[in-house]
Write a protein that binds this ligand. Structure first.
Ligand code: SF4
Length: 471
């Protein structure tokens, strides 16, 4: 359930239903505000007319999420951390996917460093219609040399447009890194009990986000309080990360406790994004494959315990893929199934004799079926029906996949002009509506396999565009 109801929000709107915000009524605008499709600034009367000043103040307080949104970087690749409203995804949705940063260090040669930063920027893997990406670079000051750190920051800033974070506990080192390009809005890592005054001064002077770091929740919140007193507005919490068998469980508990404090108790000092450093897996593991796997395990566990930012070392697909897939699953809106466009897709090089297969527009169903057909090198048409993002069985149960729906898909897709036959292969799970589809569409329906991996063999054995064969 959302933290606030549309009615509570509505009470703090002008209530004139003027439509200036693009919504038909103030109540519709209230719902859009809660779902973050609109900002309170879109209600012009509210923000411009002095008589609504009190309502405006109350509204801002109501719609501001308990976890502050913190922006790192600028431009198209800037990433937003935090901004969450609920402990669990099913209570509403999570809004800003966990950012994944990859480390580089100033003891690398420039060529190697730039190559690694570019690899982070260019990393992309398409899954279910989305490109899974990495979000930024963590530049570690390992050399102990200010000038080398400055050069490393410059190399990253000039070679990529990605957000980056500056990693050192020495304020002088961080200042050198900040001064390279403060306008790129780097994240300062990290303020500790020892350096919080200097880091706070730097963060406030350049209006930059600062990480507060301590494994003790009490000391961590003290650092946050001191950063706020210094004038730092954007803070990220680092409650420490430990490898499995050396305190990972306690670290996950600290993360969950911080988020609970923010969301359930309204504790403002805890109301900031949380980060983890799964790259600690590399500290005592010499075998690179084992280290990368361990890092992926830590990162996945932290992602599930509310981490908004993760710093990793491995750029290997075998360790990133499970993590990014998990992130994609957690950060899709549970209220809206992931969908693909409902239309006619050509797979391979189909012609007028090629089979026409039918499936639904639930993304997971579509990509499974399409990839099975592609893998089997079948040239065909895939008619994707709009079932509002439901898979075959729930679509039939909810009357979203019916003879009439299939007829509309056939009529609007133009498939009848692409093939000379009138045969439609439907999923095995839709067998019970085969007669209905035949009656409504006039097409001969062939019931295909239940499992889409069997489609290529099914086509080879049974498909013929002529006569009654193939059914
Ligand atoms: S602009 Fe404001 S007052 Fe007008 S309809 Fe939208 S929410 Fe209501």
């Amino acid at each position: 359930m959302p933290r606030v109801s549309p009615l509570e929000v509505y009470r703090n709107l002008p209530g004139t239903n003027c439509g200036e915000c693009g919504e038909g009524t103030c109540m519709a605008f209230a719902s859009a505000l809660i779902e973050r499709r609109k900002s309170y600034e879109d209600c012009k009367p509210l923000v411009t007319e002095p008589k609504y000043a009190e309502k405006l103040e109350k509204l801002i307080e109501l719609v501001t999420p308990p976890v502050k949104e913190v922006v790192v970087g600028t431009g198209e690749r800037a990433c937003v951390l935090g901004g969450e409203e609920v402990m669990y995804r099913h209570e509403l949705t999570f809004f800003n996917p966990t950012a994944v940063f990859i480390d580089v260090s100033d003891d690398m040669g420039e060529e190697e460093l730039v190559k690694r930063a570019k690899a982070v920027e260019e990393f992309g893997m398409e899954r279910m219609g989305q490109v899974l990406r990495l979000q930024g670079v963590a530049i570690r000051a390992k050399s102990g040399d200010d000038a080398r750190f400055g050069e490393a920051v410059l190399a990253v800033a000039e070679s990529t447009s990605l957000p980056y974070m500056l990693c050192s506990t020495q304020p002088e080192m961080i200042e050198v890194g900040v001064e390279v390009a403060p306008e790129r809005r780097p994240l300062i890592y990290a303020a500790t009990s020892e350096n919080v005054e200097e880091m706070g001064e730097l963060g406030a002077r350049y209006s930059l986000p600062v990480v507060a770091s301590d494994a003790s929740p009490q000391r961590l919140l003290e650092i946050v309080s001191r950063l706020r007193s210094a004038g730092v507005e954007d803070i990220v919490l680092d409650p420490g990360t430990a490898p499995p068998g050396r305190g990972l469980g306690r670290c996950l508990e600290r993360m969950a406790a911080l988020r609970r404090l923010a969301i359930e108790r309204g504790q403002r000092l805890a109301g900031y994004p949380i980060m983890g450093t799964p790259m600690v897996a590399w500290l005592d593991e010499e075998d690179e494959v084992r280290a990368a796997v361990k890092e992926c395990i830590i990162a996945s566990a932290q992602l599930l315990r509310h981490a908004d930012l993760l710093v990793l070392h491995s750029l290997e697909m075998f360790s990133l893929l499970p993590l990014l897939t998990l992130r994609q699953n957690i950060y899709t809106d549970p209220r809206v199934p992931i969908q693909v466009d409902a239309k006619l897709y050509e797979i391979g090089k189909p012609d007028e004799k090629s089979p026409v297969l039918l499936t639904t527009n639930f993304a997971l169903t579509y990509y499974t079926v399409a990839s099975d057909i592609e893998a089997g090198k079948v040239n065909c048409y895939l008619l994707v029906v709009d079932t509002e993002g439901l898979a075959v069985e729930p679509a039939m149960a909810g009357a979203k996949l019916t003879g009439s729906v299939v007829k509309e898909a056939i009529d609007t897709s133009g498939v009848a002009k692409k093939v000379r036959h009138r045969k439609l292969i439907i999923p095995g799970m839709a067998a019970r509506i085969s007669g209905e589809i035949e009656d409504v569409t006039g097409w001969k329906v062939i019931v295909g396999p239940v499992d889409s991996s069997r489609i290529p063999a099914f086509i080879q054995e049974k498909w013929s565009p002529n006569g009654d064969s193939g059914g």
